[in-house]
Design a protein around this ligand. Structure first.
Ligand SMILES: CC(=O)N[C@H]1[C@@H](OP(=O)(O)OP(=O)(O)OC[C@H]2O[C@@H](n3ccc(=O)[nH]c3=O)[C@H](O)[C@@H]2O)O[C@H](CO)[C@@H](O)[C@@H]1O[C@H](C)C(=O)N[C@@H](C)C(=O)N[C@H](CCC(=O)N[C@@H](CCC[C@@H](N)C(=O)O)C(=O)O)C(=O)O
Ligand SMILES: Nc1ncnc2c1ncn2[C@@H]1O[C@H](COP(=O)(O)OP(=O)(O)OP(=O)(O)O)[C@@H](O)[C@H]1O
Ligand SMILES: C[C@@H](N)C(=O)N[C@H](C)C(=O)O
Length: 466
């Protein structure tokens, strides 16, 4: 329960109408606010939440606003609490910071270019074995989603696992100044959001903004560029995980990949345990050992870590392997940048080399937000695809057309993911393996939807089977 005294202390706001003094939680959305919650009216790209204060007050217990002119008299007369502040986003930040300061457990901040959501979920899966974990839900990793997640804290919360996203310098610093993490996890440094950062060095600087806040930093020792920055900027306890580099705190041996499972031996000092993951790819071993190292650092033993890792089912749209009508789809449509694209291609190659598939098809959408690197990174991708056994490459979007033009082989350039789905529907055959990936804005999930709807594709597959 949040009480009005704490809210006023945290936000410095003033009470305009005093109704309920206790609230079950915070909501920023009148469409989903629940009975007893306090609405915070935020201004967004499409709407100003103040326009929905009345709706919110009808269902909720009160509101924090910065502008009273939207509050109708009949709602005021209804005795719903109304708190006036100068800046509602800042009020959300201050409230989250206030609640965090009262919290005595560990707060784990997960940053890095790739794998944050998956690593956050893996850490939570392990810690939940014996603790009540509060985690950022889904991908809510920005200056709205992360503080909002903190406000879900209650007296039963033992530990927090918070994903922190960034697409420009200063984001991680801002998020850390609210969450005050004591343990940091940096998954890796890669080519992401270069439009906002300009260079890989600036990406590293941005992710390392977590360093001054934490006492322990869990880092990927195989990422030598990251490690160079960590050693320069961090003076606390460094906990390392690695597949290749020897001597890391958490390492792995005897990796076995298949399209059903990923097995390996997880080693911590002189102890080891076998792990059988339901998720796929070498990059997911990194995410798993990042989670293992974090859990180890807060006192979890290897059996608990095994249980948490093995029960994890994966996150939607992140390298899901789906089989439909004899075709294997690698559904990696959540996002894309040059580093994660390379990882996905490595996995495609590994699967092709297993000899189980007839043909490989890559359906790839633009990698967005790369600024000046956009064209050159797409051209490089086309060249890389040319030297692996990809039968057909369907490129979606204007940037991918540069990749298609560099591709030596059967390349098709289309404008939208719907068009790509139709093309794919025309060519897929039973026994094919298809990688589908692109930036969020490219909506590559529509490729799979279009194939599923395509009668032609279904017909072709049935014809092939008989
Ligand atoms: C605020 C909010 O959550 N908006 C989401 C909402 O947008 P919508 O169009 O409905 O409204 P507005 O934002 O314009 O509305 C303002 C407020 O009005 C409320 N409201 C509106 C209508 C109504 O009838 N009643 C109302 O009460 C409304 O609820 C608002 O409070 O829906 C969209 C579609 O689902 C969402 O896209 C939109 O989400 C925005 C973008 C958001 O910031 N959401 C956060 C909760 C969040 O964490 N979102 C993550 C995205 C994270 C991300 O992209 N991370 C980047 C790094 C980012 C770094 C930082 N510099 C940055 O720029 O943010 C990364 O690479 O990881 C997510 O959704 O996944
Ligand atoms: N450790 C990793 N190294 C490289 N690529 C990865 C790694 N983990 C995941 N990926 C790729 O990144 C995609 C998104 O994964 P995830 O959502 O876990 O990352 P994220 O960092 O949270 O992304 P975002 O920045 O959009 O929040 C996956 O589908 C996969 O292609
Ligand atoms: C979805 C957002 N978190 C992200 O990763 N954006 C990049 C540009 C992408 O979608 O590839």
């Amino acid at each position: 329960m949040l009480n009005i005294g704490d809210i006023i202390k945290a936000t410095g706001g003033s009470i305009v109408v005093k109704g309920d003094a206790e609230f079950t939680g915070i909501s920023i959305d009148s469409r989903t606010i629940k009975d007893g919650e306090l609405f915070i009216a935020l201004k967004g790209d499409r709407f100003d939440g103040h326009n929905f204060t009345m709706d919110a007050l009808k269902s909720g217990a009160g509101a924090i606003v910065s502008n009273l002119q939207f509050i109708a008299q009949d709602v005021v007369a209804n005795n719903r609490t109304i708190i006036l502040v100068d800046n509602t986003l800042l009020a959300l930040h201050n409230l989250a910071r206030y609640m965090r300061k009262k919290f005595k457990g560990h707060v784990i901040g997960v940053v890095g270019s790739n794998g944050k959501t998956t690593t956050k979920e893996l850490i939570s899966s392990i810690l939940s074995i014996r603790l009540n974990v509060l985690k950022t839900s889904g991908n809510l990793n920005n200056h709205i989603g992360m503080p909002l997640s903190i406000t879900r804290m209650n007296k039963n919360t033992h530990i927090m696992v918070l994903e922190m996203g960034t697409n420009m310098p200063g984001d991680v610093d801002e998020l850390c100044s609210i969450a005050l993490p004591d343990i940091g996890v940096i998954t890796n440094i890669g080519y992401e959001h270069l439009q906002g950062f300009g260079s890989l060095h600036k990406v590293r600087d941005a992710e390392l903004e977590i360093a001054p806040f934490v006492k322990k930093l869990v880092v990927n020792a195989d990422d030598l560029f990251l490690m160079e920055g960590v050693v320069k900027k961090f003076k606390g306890e460094i906990i390392t995980f690695a597949i290749d580099v020897e001597g890391a705190d958490i390492t792995v041996r005897d990796i076995v990949f298949s399209d059903e499972y990923t097995k390996f031996l997880l080693c911590a000092k002189s102890e080891y345990i076998d792990i059988n993951l339901k998720i796929h790819g070498r990059f997911n071993i990194y995410n798993s050992i990042a989670a293992a190292a974090t859990a180890y650092a807060v006192g979890f033993n290897l059996q608990e870590i095994k249980n948490g890792l093995e029960s994890f089912e994966g996150v939607n749209m992140r390298f899901e392997i789906k089989k439909a009508r004899g075709v294997t789809f690698l559904n990696d449509v959540y996002n894309a940048n040059p580093s994660s694209m390379q990882e996905a291609i490595n996995e495609l190659v590994r699967l092709i080399n297993s000899g189980k598939y007839r043909r490989a098809i890559a359906v790839l959408g633009d990698m967005l937000e790369l600024g000046d690197y956009g064209v050159s990174e797409h051209k490089k991708l086309g060249q890389r695809l040319s030297v692996i056994p990809v039968d057909t490459f369907i490129g979606v979007g204007p940037l991918m057309s540069f990749a298609v033009s560099e591709f030596v082989g059967k390349g098709i350039s289309v404008d939208t993911s719907d068009d790509a789905g139709i093309k794919l529907g025309e060519i897929i055959q039973e026994g094919d393996i298809v990688l589908i990936k692109g930036s969020r804005g490219m909506r590559m999930e529509r490729v799979i939807a279009a194939v599923e709807d395509s009668e032609e594709a279904i017909g072709l597959l049935q014809q092939n089977r008989s």
